[in-house]
Design a protein around this ligand. Structure first.
Ligand code: SF4
Ligand code: SF4
Length: 419
């Protein structure tokens, strides 16, 4: 039954575009070296091309003459339940959907979106790992994978406003801009809320949070469910319409930014005229226009570096803005990791991987690459604009007993604001 659902989804999803991509693969293996999970472990099953093997096999067996012959002669076996189990583990536990592999493929194959299609088939067939599915269900039932219910949201925002003595408007009627935090920020990095509020207030932004559209994380997108991806984004667009705002700012969450900024337009109706941006982009705009001024050279405690989040920098394009900030705040102490910017190495925790306990060994192994990059430049402070990356970094700092300081971009900006 599950096999049938997976096969049906593959057949439905494999239109001309996907088929041409699958046909174009020469099996050169170049994509393998781009994947941090493969690099860190040497496991051939973690090579990006292997992650789409099931999709390729299904396509060949269903649509190509050679595939049908191989099947008839017993050279290839039909896809079975064990294949599904094995591949579910690979595409959810050892892929962060970072899309670096797509950048290196000489045939221009978009591996990331194809792997997402495999996740979609598994989601339809109920083959999502339990931990990840529990978080999805929590987002469906409570509006948040980390239990940020209406009451928890109201309490946390009130507490942040009191604790950090900052104005945090909620459901403000004539606001221009809706800001949406992730529950990771609300529950684990509440100082981010205060920091971003301080930046927006200093810049004179007419902004608000929404009590109805209050969760930017999209676990449906991690899972690969089209319906739930849309449903979670619809809540935000409903809030946009209700408040009449013209701009939606995604705070420090990479996957949510990817879903809202790029995917939403292809799968649903986005409110006309709505600008969707990321807080890193907004900070860059404020600095460029002089709406906020930053104290120079306040970060002088050793080498400072920036970790590029796959979804915000590589996919999102906000590469320059954090560097403009760090050049002001750290001056000559700011050093780049290598590789960086659009070629950055993923932290290993994105794409829902950090939510799956059984993925811990590969997640920690992949982080070994980040340790190597940091050590090479002697960095002790690392800044980033994604709270999911930050969660991975803070967890790994503890796990590997590292003496690093891990900071959010908004936090260092807020701390350096000229009054
Ligand atoms: S780099 Fe491209 S062509 Fe080569 S194996 Fe990977 S997907 Fe196939
Ligand atoms: S998207 Fe990233 S994690 Fe997934 S296979 Fe490609 S390089 Fe590896």
């Amino acid at each position: 039954m599950q096999t049938q659902i997976v096969m049906d989804t593959f057949v439905k999803e494999t239109g001309g575009y996907a088929a041409s991509q699958l046909e174009a693969c020469t099996r050169c293996g170049i994509c393998a070296e781009a994947c941090h999970f493969y690099q860190a472990t040497g496991n051939p099953e973690f090579a990006p091309v292997w992650k789409i093997e099931l999709l390729k096999r299904a396509y060949e067996q269903r649509f190509t003459f050679s595939g049908k012959i191989k099947l008839a002669l017993g050279i290839e076996k039909p896809i079975n339940d064990q294949d599904l189990k094995d591949f579910s583990k690979i595409v959810y536990e050892a892929c962060t959907m970072c899309n670096k592999c797509s950048m290196v493929c000489p045939m221009g194959i978009q591996l990331g979106p194809l792997i997402h299609e495999v996740r979609t088939a598994f989601s339809n067939a109920g083959l999502v790992p339990d931990d990840l599915m529990a978080a999805v269900n929590k987002q469906v039932e409570e509006g948040s994978p980390l239990g940020v219910t209406d009451d928890v949201f109201a309490d946390r925002i009130e507490w942040v406003a009191d604790e950090w003595e900052v104005e945090v408007p909620v459901d403000k009627k004539d606001a221009d801009t809706l800001v949406v935090f992730s529950s990771i920020e609300i529950m684990k990095f509440p100082e981010n809320i205060a920091a971003i509020a301080k930046i927006l207030n200093t810049a004179g932004e007419n902004w608000t949070l929404s009590s109805k559209g209050r969760e930017v994380v999209n676990f449906g997108f991690y899972e690969g469910s089209l319906d739930r991806t849309k449903a979670f984004m619809q809540k935000l667009f409903d809030a946009v319409k209700e408040l009449g705002v013209k701009k939606l700012v995604v705070t420090e969450c990479g996957h949510a930014y990817d879903a809202l900024r790029w995917t939403s337009y292809n799968i649903m109706e986005v409110p006309v005229g709505l600008e969707i941006t990321h807080i890193a982009g907004l900070i860059g705009e404020y600095v460029a226009k002089g709406r906020i001024k930053l104290k120079a050279n306040v970060l002088q405690d050793g080498v400072v570096t920036f970790h590029d989040a796959c979804k915000i920098q590589r996919r999102g394009g906000h590469i320059q803005e954090p560097r403009t900030v760090l050049n002001i705040l750290a001056g000559d102490s700011f050093h780049e990791m290598s590789p960086s910017k659009e070629e950055s190495v993923c932290c290993g925790g994105g794409g829902g991987v950090i939510a799956i306990k059984s993925a811990d060994p590969v997640r920690y192994a992949a982080f070994g690459l980040k340790i190597g990059q940091m050590n090479k430049i002697g960095a002790k402070t690392v800044v980033m604009a994604c709270s999911n990356c930050r969660l991975q970094f803070t967890d790994c700092v503890q796990h590997f007993n590292l003496d690093w300081k891990v900071a959010g971009l908004s936090q260092i900006v807020a701390d350096a604001l000229e009054e």
